[in-house]
Design a protein. Sequence first.
Length: 240
Amino acid sequence: MRYAVWLIIIAVSICQQVWAEECFESRTDGYTPVEKKRIGEDYNVRCSETTGAVLWWADPFEDTQPMGDMPENIDADYLHEEAVVKSRKRFLKFYPCTNCHNGVVVPFPKNKKPRPLIMHLDIIPDPLNLKHGKGAIWCLDCHNPRDRNTFISHSGEPIDMDQPQKLCGKCHGQIYRDWRDGIHGKRIGSWQKGGKKRWWVCTECHNPHDVEPPFKQVKPEPPPELPKGMKSAEHERKHH
Ligand code: HEC
Ligand code: HEC
Ligand code: HEC
Ligand code: HEC
């Protein structure tokens, strides 16, 4: 009898895992997954049936945290609003990196020179031909050699892995300023002055290890259903 109960519990939990549906927010290579969960009558997200991309969030601030300090003391949006982001660390399969990169299990690298690797070939199949920077940069221009849980700034300071914008910004200053001002990237939330907004950080869209080829064009979603009683939306095309 007791075994039967256990069997049912195990079966139910396996089914829950199989049934758990995953959508993605931006990167399609498994780095922006969202689990679709029931909340009351609805779901936490609505996802495209054609692509699997999240189209709508019940709570746009679910799982977010404050963006954290930004370096420049200049006038920018995040100074006037509650800016939140999603942590990147929990999406990284190898975090915390210092489990291995502690100088003992994996020795600290001697210099920044590109060399063949026996590890991480799942994300960078050909480390001597990195698909970012056209040969001008390599791993340790971004990853901190002595504190592998962080990135590294131009002056050798650690950058938190939840703030990739600071890393990207050190080389892509113009795009970084555009992002900060809301011209590049994406935000959702309240548009009221001082309102709360979720910002997307650079690596939610860009794979840092492969910035080429450019993004594939996404098929447009089918038009939404017309409201009850409306037969056509032609009148929308007329400009008054
Ligand atoms: C399971 C152990 C392990 C974990 C965890 C791990 N790495 Fe590594 N990593 C290695 C090994 C081993 C090498 C060296 C490969 C070689 O020399 O061929 C390496 C090499 C590297 C390199 C090339 C430069 C260097 O130091 O040799 C980078 C960059 C790197 N890892 C980044 C990371 C980051 C970032 C994380 C965490 C998100 C991480 N690694 C987590 C094992 C690991
Ligand atoms: C342009 C900067 C840049 C370069 C160059 C770079 N990385 Fe990274 N790397 C990143 C960023 C940013 C992340 C975090 C990605 C995210 O948030 O999705 C990352 C993540 C990683 C991870 C963690 C992946 C995981 O899922 O745990 C490993 C391992 C890694 N890099 C290894 C390397 C190796 C090895 C090289 C060189 C062959 C390299 N990186 C070159 C910026 C860089
Ligand atoms: C150490 C300097 C450095 C860092 C840090 C860096 N990049 Fe780059 N990136 C480059 C260089 C160099 C190029 C090649 C520029 C070119 O082709 O004109 C490049 C190219 C790119 C491109 C392609 C540009 C194009 O015109 O097609 C993208 C996208 C990109 N980087 C995004 C990022 C993101 C996102 C980050 C942060 C995770 C980042 N970069 C961090 C140096 C860097
Ligand atoms: C919401 C998604 C998103 C975010 C967030 C985002 N980007 Fe982009 N980025 C794009 C798209 C889309 C393009 C256009 C790519 C194309 O045409 O192939 C682009 C283009 C670029 C390019 C090439 C620029 C050019 O003029 O061709 C660079 C460099 C770049 N982004 C860097 C960054 C950096 C740095 C950040 C963070 C500060 C960032 N991006 C944040 C989506 C994003």
